[in-house]
Design a protein around this ligand. Structure first.
Ligand code: GDP
Length: 524
C-alpha cells in the first residue's frame, strides 16, 4: 500500500455514540458536525420526533453542503482526521442493527445525562462495546443543569458498568452556578462566561494565565473543584493509554452539549486518543492488516427501503483492508461468486454523494438486490478471507405470527426464511404445535418485518404481541418436559436448539432455584 494510502488509513476515526434516549446524542452529534464544518447552523436538527435525526433535515443539510450527512453514517474532517460517526438508533427504532453497528466501529462515545446517570439502553450498548474490548469515552452531559454529584457519577460507572474511570476535566459548579471546567488533562480552566465566548467557542484560559487578583481565587466553588481534582489525581485511577485502548478505563469529560460547552475540547482530546483502524480477525484466526493491499470488508447492517416504489436495500460494509474503488471486482465469500461493484455502488442512497475511493475504517453503502446477508465478507484479489460471524443478540420482545390468508402459506414460509436468514428478525417455534414466534430487541424490527412480508412476499401477517420475555437457552440433555410451566414457554430456535421464554426475571430465578444444576444461557 502506498504511503498516501497508509496515511489515509491512519487518519480514520470510526466510532458510534451510545446513549439512552434524551441524554443528548443528537445535540452533541450536531455540535461535532458543526466543528467539522459539516453543517453551518446549530438547531438544524430540530423537529425530530423519535430521538433520531429527522431525515428530511439531513437531506436538507446534504443539499446545502453537498456532503455525506446521513442518518446512518456521518463523515467530516477535523484536525487532519477523517471522522466517521455511525448512528445507533434508540427509542422505538432500536433494533439488532443498533447492536450490529457496534461491530463496525473502533471506539464508542457514551453520552450520559448527568442528572440521571447510567440508564437502561446505555447499559445494554455498553456491554456490547465491552465484549468487543473497544475504547469507550464518556461525556457527562447537561452540566448547565443541576445534576448529580460528579463523584457520584464516577462511582456509578465503576459500580454499575464495572469500568475504571479517569476524569479528563472537572466541573466548577453546575446548573446556574456553572463557572467552568477544570481541564485536568491539559491543566487549564475553561470558563463558562459570556466574555470568554467568541461566538464559536469558549476560549480556554490556561491556569497560569488567570491573573492573581482574579475573582476565581476567592471563589469557593472553584477552590472546591481544585480540591476534588487534587484528591482524584492522588487517590483515583491513574491515567493509562493502554487501559483506554483496551476498554478497561473510560476517560470522562463533563460538559453541556446544548450550550456547546466543553464539546470542542472533548472532540480534540477524543481524536487524540481514539484508535485508528487496526487489524481484523478472520474465522481461521488470521489477522488482516488495514494496510493490506487487497480490499476486504464485512456487511454489518442491511437497510430495507421502506418505500414500496423502491424495493432495493442498502448493505453497509465496514472496510477492513485495501482501497475500495468504484467498479472494482470483488468476491462474496459465502457463495464464491465474483461481481463488479458497479456504477450503482454509492454511498447511501441516490441523493447522496458517490464514493470514489474509501479505505479501512470507512463505511460504504452498496445497493443490494438480495445478494448480501449480515456478516458476509467481500474481498478482492487473492486475499480470500472470511471475517468472524457477527454475534446474535438475545431478543426481548416476542410476537406470535401467522399468515392472514391460509392460501399464502408458501410465500409466508419463504419470506420468513429469507428475512430470518438476513438477520432482520429471529424465529422460534413452539415444541409440539410448531407455532411461529418471532423475537426482536426493538419494536421497529416487527414493523419492518410486517412491512417487508407484505411488500416483498405479498403476505399479510397477523402478529399477536406476547410482550417482554427473558430468553434463555438450555442444553438439550438437561431438558425435561416437566420443566415447562405457566411462567415459561419452551421453544426451539432455527437451529433446533431449545430455549425457554420466561415471563420475567423473577420466573427465571425461580426456575434456577428449582433446577440449580441446569445452566441457562443468554446470547449477547
Ligand atoms: P437524544 O435523544 O439522546 O438524541 O437527545 P437530544 O439531543 O435530542 O436531547 C434531548 C433533550 O435534551 C433535548 O430537549 C435537548 O435540547 C436537551 N439537551 C441536550 N443536551 C443538553 C444539555 O447539555 N443541557 C440541557 N439543559 N439540555 C440538553
Amino acid at each position: 500500500m502506498s504511503q498516501t494510502q497508509r496515511e489515509a488509513v491512519d487518519s480514520r476515526r470510526t466510532f458510534a455514540i451510545i446513549s439512552h434516549p434524551d441524554a443528548g446524542k443528537t445535540t452533541i452529534t450536531e455540535q461535532l458536525l458543526l466543528f467539522g464544518g459539516a453543517i453551518r447552523q446549530a438547531g438544524t436538527v430540530k423537529g425530530k420526533k423519535t430521538g433520531n435525526f429527522a431525515k428530511s433535515d439531513w437531506m436538507e443539510i446534504e443539499k446545502q453542503r453537498g456532503i455525506s450527512v446521513t442518518s446512518s453514517v456521518m463523515q467530516f474532517d477535523y484536525d487532519n482526521k477523517r471522522v466517521n460517526i455511525l448512528d445507533t438508533p434508540g427509542h422505538e427504532d432500536f433494533s439488532e442493527d443498533t447492536y450490529r453497528t457496534l461491530m463496525a466501529v473502533d471506539a464508542a462515545v457514551m453520552v450520559v445525562d448527568s442528572g440521571k446517570g447510567i440508564e437502561a439502553q446505555t447499559k445494554k450498548l455498553f456491554q456490547v462495546c465491552r465484549m468487543r474490548g473497544i475504547p469507550i469515552f464518556t461525556f457527562m452531559n447537561k452540566l448547565d443543569r443541576d445534576g448529580r454529584e460528579p463523584l457520584d457519577l464516577l462511582a456509578e460507572l465503576e459500580e454499575v458498568l464495572e469500568i475504571e474511570s479517569y476524569p479528563m476535566n472537572w466541573p466548577i459548579g453546575m446548573g446556574k452556578g456553572l463557572e467552568g471546567l477544570y481541564d485536568v488533562y491539559h491543566q487549564r480552566v475553561e470558563l463558562h462566561r459570556p466574555e470568554n465566548y467568541d461566538g464559536e467557542r469558549f476560549i480556554p484560559l490556561v491556569e497560569g494565565d488567570i491573573p492573581a487578583d482574579h475573582r476565581l481565587h476567592q471563589d469557593a466553588v472553584y477552590n472546591q473543584a481544585l480540591e476534588d481534582v487534587e484528591l482524584l489525581v492522588e487517590a483515583g485511577n491513574e491515567f493509562s493509554e493502554e487501559k483506554i485502548a483496551a476498554g478497561k478505563l473510560t476517560p470522562v469529560f463533563f460538559g453541556s452539549a446544548l450550550t456547546n460547552f466543553g464539546v470542542q475540547t472533548f472532540l480534540e482530546t477524543f481524536l487524540q486518543f481514539a484508535p485508528k483502524p487496526s487489524s481484523h480477525v478472520t474465522k481461521d484466526e488470521q489477522e488482516v492488516s488495514p494496510y493490506e493491499e487487497d480490499f476486504s470488508g464485512f456487511v454489518f447492517k442491511i437497510q430495507a427501503n421502506m418505500n414500496p416504489a423502491h424495493r432495493d436495500r442498502i448493505a453497509f460494509i465496514r472496510i477492513c483492508s485495501g482501497t475500495f474503488e468504484r467498479g472494482m471486482d470483488v468476491f462474496l465469500e459465502r457463495t464464491g461468486k465474483k461481481f463488479k461493484l458497479s456504477n450503482s455502488t454509492q454511498f447511501m442512497a441516490d441523493t447522496r454523494e458517490t464514493v470514489e475511493e474509501a479505505v479501512a475504517g470507512d463505511i460504504i453503502g452498496l445497493y443490494d438486490t438480495g445478494n448480501y446477508q449480515i456478516g458476509d465478507t467481500i474481498y478482492s484479489g487473492k486475499l480470500k478471507v472470511a471475517y468472524e460471524e457477527l454475534p446474535q443478540f438475545t431478543p426481548e420482545l416476542f410476537m406470535k405470527v401467522t399468515a392472514k390468508n391460509v392460501m399464502k402459506q408458501k410465500s409466508f414460509h419463504k419470506g420468513m426464511a429469507q428475512l430470518v436468514q438476513e438477520g432482520a428478525i429471529q424465529l422460534y417455534k413452539t415444541i409440539v404445535t410448531e407455532d411461529y414466534i418471532i423475537g426482536a430487541v426493538g419494536q421497529l424490527q416487527f414493523e419492518v418485518f410486517q412491512h417487508r412480508m407484505l411488500n416483498e412476499y405479498n403476505t399479510e401477517v397477523i402478529m399477536t404481541p406476547m410482550g417482554t420475555k427473558t430468553a434463555r437457552w438450555i442444553d438439550p440433555k438437561d431438558l425435561d418436559e416437566s420443566m415447562s410451566s405457566s411462567r415459561n414457554i419452551l421453544v426451539k430456535d432455527r437451529f433446533d436448539n431449545p430455549l425457554f421464554l420466561f415471563e420475567n426475571q423473577f420466573a427465571m430465578r425461580w426456575f434456577s432455584d428449582k433446577y440449580p444444576d441446569v445452566e441457562l444461557k443468554a446470547l449477547l
